[in-house]
Each structure stands twice: as C-alpha cells, then as structure tokens.
Design a protein. Structure first.
Lengths: 532, 127
C-alpha cells in the first residue's frame, strides 16, 4: 500500500488539478447514472470533515518536524548558517569575487530572522526549525481569525482546514527554514490586519507586512498587492500612500545594517535573472493556479445568481490575485523554483472564498459546481496524504542517524579546530553543517550557492581555490566513503557538469590528507598543520 | 448582452493573435517531449532570458485566453460546466475555434509518458 502511494506521489501528485477534474467527471458520471439532478445534501459535511481533519494533522506535522534536529532540504542549513553569520557581523551578500561562496538571492529578512532567533534562543538546528514551525502555526491561526471576520466561525474553520490541506500537499514547505514559511505567515497576518483593522492602523499594519514580504523575496511585493488593494476600497484612498511609505521604509530597514549591502543584493538578483526559464515548470505552475482558483469558481456557481458578489471591491481583489499568481507562475519557472512559490496566495484565496460565501446558503443551485468543490477537497486530501506519508517516512528514517551529534563529538575532542564540510553532490550528512560554523564562525563553501552561481555562469573564483590551497580551514569533513568536492550539479541546464572545478579538487588534494574518520565523516586535515 | 457580444469579439481577435503561435509552440514542445529531454524543453531558447520571457508570456496569454473564454461562456450559461447546446448558442459559427483550442490544450497536457512511448515505438526518435 505504501509503495502504491509512493508511486502515485512520484507520477501524479504534482497534478492536483487533473486529479480534481477526474474525480469531478467520475462524480458527474455517477450522478447521470443515478439520474441525480441535485447535489447530495452530504456534500457540505464531507468537505468539512476532510478539511477540518487537516488542521490537527498539520499541527502534528509541524511539531514532529520542528522537534527533529535533521534538515530535509539542502538549502535549509544554508538559511541557518548565513543567518548566524549575519548576526555575528559577517556580510550577507559577499562580493562575487570573494573566497566565501554562500550568497543567495533571498531578501535580507530571510536570514536576519534566523540570526535573531539564534541570538535570542541560542544557536542550534532546532531553533531554526522552530522558527519555521511557529510561522506555520501562527499563519494558520491568523488565517482563521481573518476568515472569521467575513464568514461564520465554522466556515472559517473549514476554509482554514482547506489551507492546511494545501500546505500538507507541499510537504514541509510552509514550515521549513527557507523563507516560504515566513512569507505565508506574513501574508496571513497581513490579511488579518486588513480584515480586522480600519483607518491609519490598517494602513500602517498592511504597510509593515508589505515591507516585510518585499524583504523576504524579490517577488514579495506581488503577494502584498491584494492587501494594499483593500485600502483602495476602504473609502479612504489617502491611506494608500501611508501604507506604501511604511512598506518602503520597512523594506529598506535591513539594508541600514553595515553588513547588508543593497548593491550586492541587486547584483546577485540580476545575476540570477539571467538563468532563463523552464517551460515544463511553467505548465506545472499554471496547473496549480487552476487548482487553487477552482474553489472560487465552483462556489461562485454554487450560490444563487442574485446573491453572488459582483461589486468592484470583490472583482478587483480577484483580479489582483489572479494577475499576481500569473506573474509569480512565470517568476517561479526559473530552474530550482516551482509551484511552492504560489503558497503565499493560499490565505488570500481562502479569504476571497470566505468573502464570497459569507453566511449565504451553499450548494442550492448548479449540482456540478457542488460536486467540483468536493472533488477539489478530495484531490487536495489525496495529494496531501501522498506527500505527507512520504515526508513522515523520511523523518522516521532520519531519526536513526545523528550527524549533528557526531560533528559535536569531533569538535569537542579537537577544541579550536576550524572544520568545514566537503561536499560530494548533495549528501544528506552535510545538512548538519551549521554545527561547524557555530564553533568556528567560518563558512567558506555552500554547495547550493555554488550550484546556483554555476547556473548563472559564475565560476568559482581563484580566491576560493587559494583559500583551500592555503589551508584556511584546518579540517574538511566529507561524508564517509565519498570523494570530497566531486559530484554533479543537479540542474539539467548545466548538463550535470561537476559542481566544483578541477582546480579546486587539485588544490584540495595538494593541501589536505586523509586522517581517519568519525561515525559519519572522513576527516581530511591540512598536510602542514596536524590536528591536536 | 451588448457587453458580452463585445467581449466575444475581443476574445476572437485575441484568439487570432495568440492561438496560432501557441499551437506552433505546443507542437514543438510535444516533439521535444516525444524525442528529446521531456522536462528540459527548448533548452537553447529558454536559456536566453529575453526569448524565455517571450515564450512564457505567450504560454501564459494562451492560458489566460482559455480562462477568459470559459468565464464568458460559464457566466452566459450560468453554470460551472456549460452544456454543449449553450456553448454552440453563445459562440455560433465561431464554435470551431473552441474545438481547435481544446485540441491544442489536450496536446499540451497529454501525459509525458505517452509522448515518450510515441517517440520510442512509433516515430523511433526517443532513446
């Protein structure tokens, strides 16, 4: 059964719109067979049961993930390490020619937030994971509070559960350490402010959230547009300049830090903008947009014609949402991106639905629309189950390994040693690498960053090769039995070329010699500097 | 009714502008799916940012046109899934455009494994 589910996940779980369509067609055929002209009364109950069940499942998954000291994605440790470096005064966006290779195109807040959390709660892998976990849970709670402002509490709960279903269909992306968790929570909080506050307080709150969103990713402002639009229809358009000013100031604030360079950030983003697009990814993103917008369409037609909202405010909000999703679909077609960039739109879609249905009676007309709503919920539940069963299995397997403790034992046994991680492709043991930087304060090479730079046709600079040749690091730890700095770039666009150039591997072999191993890592020490 | 007639005329003009180049793009993509790397489509063209953006704009515009066409029909029919007779009543002699659009999108969304099988067993171009 688990194998069947895994096979379904690999081959079909990325296409929820087609799954929903297939279920809806099956329901339609069944209704035609039974000569059933009206939607069964139980549809609402079935949708509510599936959606509400997702809330405790989501909360359990968050707690399970955050209390586990393993990462499950190659870029998760990067966020923690670079956040820690920034909190300790090191540059966030280093010079393209510098020896350090860890610059990414995420906005400063994505890292500053992790640095602040580690300052506050202590440096550790779990701290970074709880930051994402808290963002996931707070975002969901904020969504419920926002929705309850425009519909009944029960319907708000069902819609919040639907959000949880969609989140679960994206593995841990809404609560992982990468910026997506903060983006989703930020949009949900912004929606709460827009729904519950009025006047200048709303303008300042929405402006603040918009600035934070812009600061997390360069696509952040797109998610903020529907929030800002609520001010335009509040009857006081003068509030918009206030919100935009607050947003601008908030977005600019982190660049006032001496180690956060705006020009360097823009340079890295511009470099990445030249990476081209993947049309196969664009198709997947558009399918996800169709899936996310389907409940709005099906519920709109489930309402009697005379109570459907047609006012400019609702239509403009929907227009901004759809246009924003289209823009993000294109931006998220870059190599390495994907439909998870649409996740911050989920609370906004839920709010549009809540605003649409309010307290109006549902499923009284257009039986196919009612069946489509149930089909959507079932498709979301199926995809969420497939992805989450796989993710839980991955978490269970990880519990048998403890690379972080192994690294800590090595560092305790060799106080003062500066150790770094020598990659071989994307080996899971390297995900424990924050432990090394917490001790030494050094982070020379981040494999995900180097991979991105290579995609942007930026070669590894001579300074990095020289830093290796001159033993800037006392020890490199490579996953047991692997060749350090070997392995391909995973992006097909670079035709699986080696991530690291021959010059780096030659410099490494010249400067370092194998010197035993730990439980999970081979130890390579500088030839001219024995480890005490 | 006047407004909906104007919308249908605008959609027809947009169709002539967008759908022929989109059809050519879809055929080219399907050829790649059948005979080359199925997920790394048009790698040379999409690696050039300006060309990639142009192709993406065409791709998104075709989907937006499909969405707008469905919306115009669904609102006229007052149903999520408009019945065939209403579609024919709304679009009249232009119904063939919908048929062609549907065919293009079926080709675009046809499962990749089936394109691979076609390339391997029928055309003999896939590895």
């Amino acid at each position: 059964m688990l194998e069947l589910l895994e096979s379904f996940r690999i081959h079909a779980a990325g296409r929820p719109f087609l799954i929903a369509l297939a279920i809806a067609v099956a329901f339609g055929a069944l209704a035609w067979w039974r000569s059933q002209r009206e939607a069964p009364a139980a549809i609402g109950t079935a949708i509510a049961a599936l959606a509400i069940a997702a809330i405790p499942a989501y909360a359990a998954s968050v707690v399970c993930y955050a209390s586990d000291d393993h990462y499950f994605d190659a870029a998760e440790p990067t966020m923690t390490i670079v956040g820690w470096l920034v909190a300790h005064g090191q540059p966030l966006y280093h010079d393209p020619a510098s020896a350090e290779r860890y610059a990414h195109i995420y906005g400063p807040l994505a890292f500053v937030a992790h640095g602040a959390a580690q300052r506050l709660f202590g440096a550790g892998i779990e701290t970074s994971k709880w930051l994402g976990g808290a963002a996931g849970l707070i975002g969901l709670a904020a969504t419920w509070l926002a929705l309850a402002a425009v519909t009944t509490r029960r319907r708000a709960l069902v819609l919040t559960g639907s959000c949880a279903l969609v989140y679960l269909a994206f593995r841990n992306y809404t609560f992982w350490t990468r910026p997506d968790a903060l983006l989703v929570a930020g949009v949900a909080i912004g929606q709460l402010v827009a729904a519950r506050t009025r006047g200048v307080a709303a303008a300042v709150g929405i402006g603040l959230v918009s600035g934070l969103l812009a600061n997390l990713k360069f696509t952040g402002p797109i998610y903020a547009v529907p929030l800002l639009l609520t001010l335009a229809f509040s009857g006081r358009p003068a509030l918009i300049p206030i919100a935009v000013s607050v947003a601008g100031l908030t977005a600019a604030a982190p660049f006032a830090l001496p180690n956060v360079s705006f020009t360097a950030y823009v340079a890295w983003v511009r470099l990445s903008a030249g990476n081209g697009l993947l049309l196969s990814m664009l198709r997947q993103n558009i399918e996800w947009i169709a899936f996310l917008l389907l409940p709005i369409a099906s519920l709109w037609f489930s309402l009697p014609a005379d109570v459907r909202p047609r006012d400019r405010r609702w239509l403009a909000g929907l227009g901004a949402l759809t246009a924003g999703m289209g823009a993000v679909a294109v931006a998220a077609s870059k190599p390495g991106a994907g439909p998870y960039h649409l996740l911050p739109f989920v609370p906004l879609v839920a709010f549009a639905v809540a605003d649409l249905i309010g307290e109006r009676r549902l499923f009284t007309v257009d039986a196919p629309a009612a069946r489509a709503t149930l089909a959507w919920t079932m498709a979301a539940a199926i995809v969420a189950t497939a992805w989450h069963v796989s993710f839980l299995r991955q978490m269970r397997e990880a519990r048998g390994r403890d690379e972080a403790a192994d690294l800590t034992r090595y560092l305790d046994a060799h106080p003062g040693v500066v150790a770094q991680m020598a990659y071989n492709g994307y080996d899971r043991p390297t995900y424990a690498r924050p432990v090394l930087t917490f001790r030494s304060g050094l982070y020379l090479i981040d494999a995900p960053a180097v991979q991105e730079h290579q995609l942007s046709r930026l070669s590894l600079p001579t300074a990095t090769v020289e830093a290796v040749r001159r033993c800037r690091t006392d020890v490199w730890l490579a996953p047991r039995g692997t060749e350090p700095f070997a392995g391909p770039n995973r992006y097909p666009a670079v035709a699986l070329a080696p991530i690291f150039p021959d010059a780096l591997r030659a410099a490494f072999q010249t400067a370092y010699v194998a010197d035993g191993h730990t439980e999970y890592f081979d130890v390579w020490r500088c030839r001219t500097r024995p480890v005490q | 009714m006047m407004a909906s007639s104007a919308i249908r005329t605008a959609l027809t003009w947009a169709w002539w502008l967008i759908m022929p180049p989109f059809a050519v793009l879809v055929l080219r993509l399907d050829a790649e799916r059948a005979c080359a790397a199925p997920y790394e489509l048009l790698p040379t063209a999409t690696a050039i940012p300006a060309l990639a953006w142009l192709l993406a704009a065409l791709y998104v515009a075709a989907h937006a046109l499909l969405f707008a066409g469905w919306l115009a029909t669904a609102i006229h029919a007052d149903a999520l899934v408009p019945p065939l007779r209403t579609i024919r009543a709304v679009w009249g002699p232009r119904t063939w455009m919908l048929v062609v659009t549907a065919a293009i999108f079926v080709l675009e969304y046809w499962p990749v494994p089936l394109w691979r099988a076609l390339g391997r067993h029928v055309v003999g171009c896939a590895p």
